[in-house]
Design a protein around this ligand. Structure first.
Ligand code: MF3
Ligand code: CO
Length: 255
């Protein structure tokens, strides 16, 4: 049986509403960039900033309560890949911190993540992060009408293969709109077993590569959320919400 895809195509007006939602999410990241992510701070304190900015905007933190998720952001340090629950972990010099945030404005979701550097990062980890971000850009470049979902994954994985990074496969990008997760799923590698629909104008996708310094293997901690690398190696994660337009990809969460 072919897997049924239910891809919601957004009108131009709807894409504009998503652009507004995403513009507010960009402001949350810009607030964090004002030096909040520094040695000595706990991930809970960073989540409080995220929560206060989103609520102050009159928006809804979309992760809070999602399948019971208890915070407004996912904060994932070093070997944590994604879905780290903010808590008592204190950031220290040399850490890399993936911060993933979602909000809802007027019913429309925005979803984005970036990896912050705490103090001085090792050259190896810096290269991992820069490569992951560059690969996200490579994927975005393929988010064009007429291409297929697999063109995105194929572009995203290229730099990781060159550098022998682990490309996390069990978590994928996704459609986004009036729900946080919509069809299609968007693997970060060329996948031959998932539906591979053609891309069309009006699709909006959250692209989110996760690369590891070690293998692709991950596991989930006993808290049932935090995904870590099996080998304890450092992981990096970047995510943008991207609309496919007549003029090509439009990065709605661009900073
Ligand atoms: N940003 C994540 C994603 O893209 C969502 C985090 S899961 C949640 O899928 F529970 F925190 F919402
Ligand atoms: Co996402």
């Amino acid at each position: 049986m072919a897997w049924t895809q239910n891809i919601n195509i957004k009108s131009k007006a709807e894409v504009e509403l998503m652009a507004e939602s995403c513009a507010d999410l960009v402001k949350v990241f810009l607030e964090l960039r004002k030096g909040a992510v520094k040695p000595g701070v706990t991930t809970r304190e960073l989540d409080a900033i995220v929560h206060d900015v989103i609520v102050g905007q009159g928006n809804i933190p979309s992760f809070m309560g999602y399948h019971g998720y208890p915070a407004s952001s996912c904060i994932s340090v070093n070997e944590e890949v994604v879905h780290g629950i903010p808590g008592d972990r204190v950031l220290k010099d040399g850490d890399v911190v993936g911060i993933d945030i979602g909000l809802i404005k007027d019913g429309w979701h925005a979803d984005s993540a970036e990896t912050f550097f705490v103090g001085d990062i090792s050259p190896e980890v810096r290269e991992l992060c820069e490569t992951t971000e560059a690969s996200l850009r490579d994927g975005i470049e393929q988010a064009r009408a007429g291409n297929r979902v697999s063109d995105i994954g194929k572009a995203i994985e290229r730099r990781a293969r060159e550098k022998n990074y682990g490309v996390v496969e069990v978590l994928v990008g996704h459609g986004i709109g009036t729900s946080l997760h919509e069809d299609p799923q968007v693997p970060n590698y060329e996948c031959f077993t998932m539906p591979n629909p053609k891309l069309e104008v009006g699709m909006v996708l959250a692209l989110e590569p996760m690369f590891n310094l070690g293998t692709k293997q991950v596991r989930t901690l006993a808290d049932e959320w935090t995904v870590v690398t099996k080998d304890g190696s450092v992981s990096a994660h970047y995510e943008h919400t991207v609309a496919i337009t007549d003029d090509g990809p439009r990065v709605l969460t661009d900073r």
